[in-house]
Write a new protein. Structure first.
Length: 350
């Protein structure tokens, strides 16, 4: 970097990837002392989501900086941004406020669903609560908030070890939610395949946890399962399952969000450069749609309860009328029989 001005140049180099595990920065101003950062070396006093390195270039001076990076859990993507100090920290504060609002909204939806579960005892609400918590936990690590505000270095190392669990858990409970919410037992063959997925996914998580040999394949099965869940929902919608209409919109939203997250993490296409908060918006939209669908489920159950109650009242009224008619008929028959017996008695007496 060259400073062609007559004033010292103070800049911030931002390493724009929260999941890179090792980042080593060689600063010539400090005799090339290595500044270590990354997911394996999060500084205790760091309050920025991405690793940053502050540099100073004296007037009319050129400085060369070196960086060595490696990634243990994701594709290695090196993207550097150079900022003025003031501009960077203003951007960082705005970004963290938006993320705080996003996670706050997700937690409100989670609390809402667990509250409804305790009222209705409908297991679908519990599964969806676990999904919202799981996807929020995954995303809090993905964007870096958990690394600097919630987790210490020991917990970060645990999470890296169990990365497949963190990725697969939301999809697993979402499969259970779909199974109970759409009542997939009515689609026998599709339900059998779904049950196979539900058994295989935890086994795959266990295998990916005990060995790193096939670690690059850990996301394949969850993605296939998500596509299958989308297929079941589409099928249920075609079969006039009214509860499938709502969550189909949410499914399309979350599938696109996850696809873009994968494309971004592999360096193929970075959606954040075009729509900065697309992922957060999609996840929040999907969670809201699913919560509305669950609220609609309550309305359907209440309407069904009212319909059944009215039907029972009508049946009871009809049964009362039928019994009344039978009583009248039997009373009339008894009256006729009594008159006959009276007549016969009089004749005998005569």
């Amino acid at each position: 970097m060259t400073n062609e001005t007559d004033e010292p140049l103070h800049k911030v180099i931002e390493y724009d990837n929260t999941l890179t595990t090792n980042v080593e920065f060689y600063n010539p101003n400090r005799d090339y002392v290595v500044e270590k950062e990354g997911l394996f070396n999060v500084k205790i006093d760091r309050k920025t989501l991405n690793p940053i390195f502050e540099i100073k270039v004296n007037p009319q001076e050129t400085q060369t900086y070196y960086m060595r990076v490696s990634s243990h859990i994701t594709t290695l993507i090196v993207k550097l941004n150079i900022w003025d100090n003031k501009t960077f920290y203003e951007k960082e504060i705005r970004h963290q406020v938006v993320l705080a609002l996003f996670f706050g909204a997700m937690m409100i939806l989670a609390i809402y669903n667990i509250f409804i579960f305790f009222i209705t005892r409908d297991i679908s609400y519990l599964f969806y609560f676990l999904y919202v918590v799981g996807v929020s936990a995954h995303y809090v690590v993905y964007v870096g908030i958990g690394n600097i505000y919630i987790l210490n270095q020991t917990w970060i190392l645990y999470i890296i070890t169990f990365a497949s669990l963190l990725t697969s858990f939301p999809i697993f409970v979402l499969a259970l939610f779909t199974k109970t919410y759409l009542y997939t037992k009515q689609y026998a063959r599709l339900n059998k395949i779904l049950n196979i997925f539900i058994v295989i996914l935890p086994i795959s998580v266990f295998l990916f946890t005990i060995t790193d040999e096939y670690n690059k394949f850990r996301n394949i099965l969850p993605i296939i399962l998500m596509i299958y869940l989308l297929g079941i929902t589409i099928y249920a919608a075609f079969r006039k399952n009214r509860q499938a209409y709502f969550i189909l919109v949410g499914w399309l939203s979350i599938c696109l969000a996850i696809i873009f997250m994968l494309l971004s993490s592999t360096g193929v296409f970075n959606i954040f450069e075009h729509v900065y908060y697309y992922i957060e918006g999609s996840l929040l939209f999907e969670a809201t749609i699913f919560s509305i669908a669950l609220a609609y489920r309550i309305k359907q159950l209440q309407d069904e309860k009212v319909r059944v109650s009215k039907k029972l009242v009508v049946q009871q009224e009809n049964e009362t009328k039928r019994l009344a008619i039978q009583v009248e008929e039997k009373t009339a028959h008894l009256g006729v029989a009594l008159d006959r017996e009276t007549t016969v008695f009089k004749r005998v007496a005569s």
